[in-house]
Design a protein around this ligand. Structure first.
Ligand code: FKS
Ligand code: ZN
Length: 349
């Protein structure tokens, strides 16, 4: 399987995040992607290539232009005021406040975010832009005939909506790739989000559409981030009704429970009969993940890949979360190796 990877992710390294009442070093750190890349090489998964540059146009198919302009220009505006620490939002237009769009940096920052988990640093735009190009290049390789590809994106993307950043995410790499498939002639794309956290951004982007089916398995929002989306009764709206499915699971869920939700997701995806599948591949479902509460073990990720392969559809894997840094490479690449092993066993090609 071809991996697309850009070193540009190193340009994004937030200093700290506020977690459980404490300022901690960011869990979403550069070594995450480094470990995954190392594992891809150690296991000889396949070639590793740098992304091509498709420009901003395919990103604008998903993200609001004003949002992109704000994100791209924020750092220059920030340092022009003499500051040099990470930009962190701290006021949001919640209930009782007005839904106006301010024009000053800190006002716009609150307007374009939903939490304090997406710091903007000097290199954040470039890193996020390159991550989107990584996803688009992997998508292009499939358009050119590859059956599968791995977009080793960092920063991740599934919490980012059209004009909202948050939860370590700025540009929704999986959504951008899904839209590119549609723009290049495919009729139906299924996104399977296996990250521990609900993919609220992806859900919001496609909620009223039937050309993208979204399925997500995640920690129940009653107890887990992002708290305000990801319930089982969110089934899509308007033309999108019936094309969104959530599997919120209890704390402590292990493979028995998780795998059953995967089977159910795959059944729904099969019914949808997509041309292609995009997997939002987070491995923060791992038992030793420092910020998550599921109990998947490393061999389970092989089975995850096998189950996805059994759908028999071209599949693009897009990296999302995973914070047990030492094991993130093993677990992510296990999914890809499980997928490839199932193909070799001849179930599908
Ligand atoms: C825990 C607080 C955690 C933020 C969690 C963000 C998760 C990000 C992710 C992504 F894939 F996007 F990286 N706050 N007490 O893993 O979903
Ligand atoms: Zn996550």
């Amino acid at each position: 399987m071809l991996t697309i990877y850009s070193d540009d992710h190193h340009l994004h390294h937030g200093r700290c995040e506020l977690i459980d009442g404490q300022l901690m070093p960011c869990f979403e750190m550069p070594s995450r992607a480094d470990h995954v890349l190392q594992r891809v090489k150690d296991r000889e998964l396949g070639p590793v290539e740098a992304p091509r540059d498709f420009g901003r146009a395919p990103i604008e198919r998903i993200h609001d232009k004003g949002y992109l302009d704000f994100f791209q220009g924020a750092w220059q505006r920030w340092i022009a005021t003499g500051r040099e620490d990470d930009i962190m939002p701290f006021t949001w237009p919640a209930r009782t406040l007005r839904a106006i769009k301010p024009t000053t940096l800190l006002g716009e920052l609150g307007y374009y975010s939903f939490d304090g988990g997406a710091p903007i640093t000097a290199g954040t735009w470039q890193a996020a832009y390159s991550a989107a190009q990584v996803a688009l290049t992997a998508q292009a390789s499939m358009q050119a005939g590859a059956y599968s590809a791995f977009a080793l994106c960092r920063p991740p993307g599934h919490h980012a909506a059209s004009d909202v950043m948050g939860g370590y995410c700025y540009l929704n790499n999986a959504a951008i790739a899904a839209q590119a498939f549609l723009d290049q002639g495919h009729k139906r794309v299924a996104i399977l989000d296996v990250d521990y956290h609900h993919g609220n951004g992806t859900q919001a982007i496609f909620y009223e559409r039937s050309d993208v089916f979204f399925a997500s398995i995640h920690g129940h929002p009653e107890f887990e981030f992002p708290f305000f989306l990801g319930y089982a009764d969110e089934v899509g709206e308007g033309a999108g009704e019936g094309f969104n499915i959530n599997y919120p699971l209890p704390e402590g869920s292990a493979w028995d429970v998780w795998g059953a939700a995967l089977d159910a997701s795959c059944q729904r995806i099969d019914d949808y009969a997509p041309d292609v599948i995009v997997v939002s591949l987070g491995v923060d479902t791992f038992k030793n993940d420092p910020i998550s509460q599921f109990k998947l073990d490393s061999p389970d990720y092989l089975n995850m890949g096998k189950r996805i392969a059994a759908l028999g559809k071209p599949t693009l894997f897009v990296m999302e979360g995973g914070y047990a840094v030492e094991e993130i490479g093993i677990n992510a690449v296990n999914v890809l190796e499980g997928f490839e092993a199932a193909l070799k066993e001849g179930a599908h090609a």
